[in-house]
Design a protein around this ligand. Structure first.
Ligand code: TAP
Length: 474
C-alpha cells in the first residue's frame, strides 16, 4: 500500500490544506493500492508562488549547469529503475516487460535527449544589429494523462528544465505514483527548490486551477479533446500560451506489395501496445481489397502471439484497461461496431476467458468497416482495430485523411517511392514507415484536432521559450 498524501512544494514534502484523499486502484486486481491527497486551490497557489519565486534564479542558470542537472536526473532515474517499473505495472496495469522496455525507457530518453539538445541549442543569435534571444517562458503548468505515466511527464519536464522554466505538475489521479517517484528523483538530483512542484488532485480543482491561474504563463496539457478545449477557454482569460496533445485516429496503410504476415503482426502489435491506450494507436488498418482474406487469417494468427493477462507475469504482452469507466467505454464502442454493421473477426465484448477479476478486454478486430462508422471516427482507447479495404492508393490516402485528427500515421510495404509518397500525403504530425526505431529528437504532436504545439527534442524545448528581439544591440 502506497500512501502519499503530501505535495512536493518548494523542495519540501508538504501537507495539504485539505484532508480529502483519492484512492489509487490496480486495474489488474481492482484493489486499492494507495492514496494521494486531493489537493486544494490553496495548495496550488502555494506551488505557483514557489515556481514564481524560483523562476528568476533558475532562468538565469547557465546552459552547462542545466546540462549537468539533466544528466544527474537521468542517472538518478536509472538508479530507481526497479521502482519505476513496479509502480507503472501496479498503477497502470502495464505488463512488466513493457513497463521496462517502453515506459521506463521513454521516461529516461527524454532527459538524456534534452541534455543532448542543449549542447548545440542556440539561445542567442545576432542578425546584423539585432540580437535574437530565446528566454524561458516563465511558470509552466503541466497536466498529464494516465496512459504513459513517465513518458508524458518526462517529455514536458525535461523540456521545461532545459529551457530554464519552472513548473507545477498535476499528474492523472489514477497513475500518480510515477510522478511522485520523479519528485524523489529530482530531489536527489539536486534540482533547486521551487523549480519543480507537484500537486496531486482532481482535474476539476487542480487541473482547472492551473489553466485559469493568472500567475501561470504556459499550460502544457496531454489528454482528451474535451478537457483540452476547456483548458484553451480558461487560458484565454489571461492570454496564456497552451500546448495541447490530444487524441488520434491514426491510419496504417498497408501497400499491395507488403509481406502479409509482417503487415498483420505490425497491425496487431500496434493495437495491443499499452492495451490500445495510446494516442498514436493505428486504429484504422487500410488494406488492399485483394489482400483482405489473407490479411484476416494472418491477423488471427498474430493475435495469439499477444497474450492478455496478469501484468506481473513476464510472458504477458497485454494488461488490463486502466479503470472501470474506460473498460465500460471500450465495451460500448465494441457493441457500437457490431450494431453499425461491422464484422467481428476476433475478440468482442466481455472479458477474456479466465480473467474475470481486473479490467481486462479482448483484442478486438473488426472488418467491413466504413470510415464513417463511429468505431472509425472516435478514439476508443482500447485494443480495437478497424479494417477498411481500399481499391487504389488515392482512395487509401483519402480515407487515411478523412478524420478530424492528425496525430500519427503508418505505412507498411516494400516500394520505397510509394512508401515515401504515402507518408508525405498523410496529414499528421508523425508518420512511421515500416516499424522504425524511436527517434526522441523528432517532433511529436498533432495536425488538426490532435492538438497544438510539439513535444520531444529541440521542438519540445522551444515550447518553453519565448523569442525576444533586441534591436540596436551593437
Ligand atoms: P482527461 O480527462 O483529459 O485527463 C487528462 C488529465 O487532465 C488528467 O490529469 C485529468 O485529471 C486532467 N483533467 C481532467 N479534467 C480537467 C479539467 N477540467 N481541467 C484541467 N485538467 C483536467 O483524460 P482521461 O479521463 O484520462 O481519458 C479520457 C479520454 O481521453 C480517453 O478515452 C482518451 O480518448 C483520451 N486520452 C488521450 C490521451 C492522449 S495521450 N492523447 C491520454 C489519455 C486519455 P484527473 O486524472 O484528476 O481527472
Amino acid at each position: 500500500m502506497r500512501k502519499l498524501t503530501q505535495h512536493f512544494i518548494n523542495g519540501e514534502w508538504t501537507n495539504s490544506t485539505g484532508s480529502e484523499t483519492i484512492d489509487v486502484i490496480n486495474p489488474a486486481t481492482e484493489k486499492v493500492i494507495g492514496k494521494i491527497s486531493s489537493g486544494t486551490k490553496e495548495d496550488l497557489d502555494r506551488a505557483v508562488q514557489a515556481a514564481k519565486d524560483a523562476f528568476p534564479m533558475f532562468s538565469q542558470t547557465s546552459v552547462d549547469e542545466r546540462i549537468e542537472l539533466l544528466e544527474r536526473i537521468a542517472d538518478e532515474y536509472e538508479n530507481r529503475k526497479d521502482d519505476i517499473i513496479q509502480v507503472i505495472t501496479e498503477e497502470l496495469g502495464s505488463p512488466v516487460s513493457r513497463s521496462e522496455a517502453v515506459h521506463y525507457q521513454m521516461g529516461l530518453q527524454h532527459f538524456k535527449q534534452a541534455a543532448k539538445e542543449l549542447k548545440s541549442f542556440k539561445f542567442e543569435e545576432e542578425r546584423g544589429n539585432t540580437l535574437i534571444r530565446k528566454e524561458a517562458i516563465g511558470v509552466a503548468g503541466l497536466i498529464t494523462p494516465w496512459n504513459f505515466p513517465t513518458n508524458q511527464t518526462s517529455t514536458k519536464l525535461a523540456s521545461a528544465f532545459a529551457a530554464g522554466s519552472t513548473v507545477i505538475l498535476k499528474p492523472a489521479s489514477n497513475t500518480p505514483f510515477a510522478a511522485i517517484l520523479l519528485a524523489e528523483i529530482f530531489e536527489k538530483a539536486g534540482l533547486p527548490k521551487g523549480v519543480f512542484n507537484l500537486v496531486t488532485g482532481s482535474g476539476s480543482t487542480i487541473g482547472n486551477g492551473i489553466s485559469s491561474h493568472p500567475d501561470i504563463d504556459f499550460v502544457s496539457f496531454t489528454g482528451s479533446g474535451d478537457v483540452g478545449q476547456k483548458i484553451m477557454e480558461n487560458a484565454a482569460e489571461s492570454i496564456k500560451k497552451v500546448s495541447l496533445e490530444l487524441g488520434g485516429k491514426s491510419p496504417l496503410v498497408i501497400l499491395d506489395d507488403a509481406d502479409v504476415k509482417g503487415a498483420a503482426k505490425t497491425a496487431v502489435a500496434n493495437i495491443a501496445m499499452n492495451t490500445g491506450q495510446v494516442c498514436t494507436a493505428a486504429t484504422r488498418t487500410l488494406v488492399p481489397k485483394a489482400m483482405h482474406d489473407e490479411f484476416i487469417e494472418a491477423v488471427k494468427e498474430a493475435i495469439s502471439k499477444f497474450p492478455v493477462g496478469d501484468p506481473q507475469d513476464k510472458n504477458i504482452a497485454v494488461g488490463p484497461i486502466v479503470d472501470e469507466d474506460q473498460w465500460k467505454s471500450v465495451q460500448s464502442y465494441i457493441k457500437k461496431g457490431m450494431d453499425e454493421g461491422a464484422t467481428l473477426v476476433a475478440g468482442g465484448t466481455g472479458k477474456p476467458e479466465g480473467l474475470e477479476q481486473g479490467y481486462f478486454a479482448k483484442i478486438t478486430v473488426f472488418t467491413d468497416v466504413k470510415n464513417d462508422m463511429t468505431i472509425a471516427q472516435e478514439e476508443i482507447f482500447g485494443p480495437v482495430m478497424s479494417i477498411i479495404t481500399y481499391d487504389n492508393l488515392d482512395e487509401a490516402i483519402e480515407i487515411a485523411n478523412d478524420t478530424i485528427y492528425g496525430l500519427a500515421g503508418y505505412v507498411y510495404g516494400k516500394d520505397k517511392e510509394t512508401l515515401q509518397k504515402v507518408a508525405k500525403s498523410i496529414r499528421a504530425g508523425q508518420v512511421q514507415i515500416n516499424n522504425p526505431r524511436p527517434d526522441f529528437s523528432a517532433p511529436f504532436g498533432g495536425f488538426k484536432q490532435s492538438g497544438i504545439g510539439r513535444e520531444w527534442g529541440d521542438f519540445g524545448i522551444e515550447e518553453f521559450l519565448e523569442p525576444k528581439a533586441i534591436l540596436g544591440f551593437n
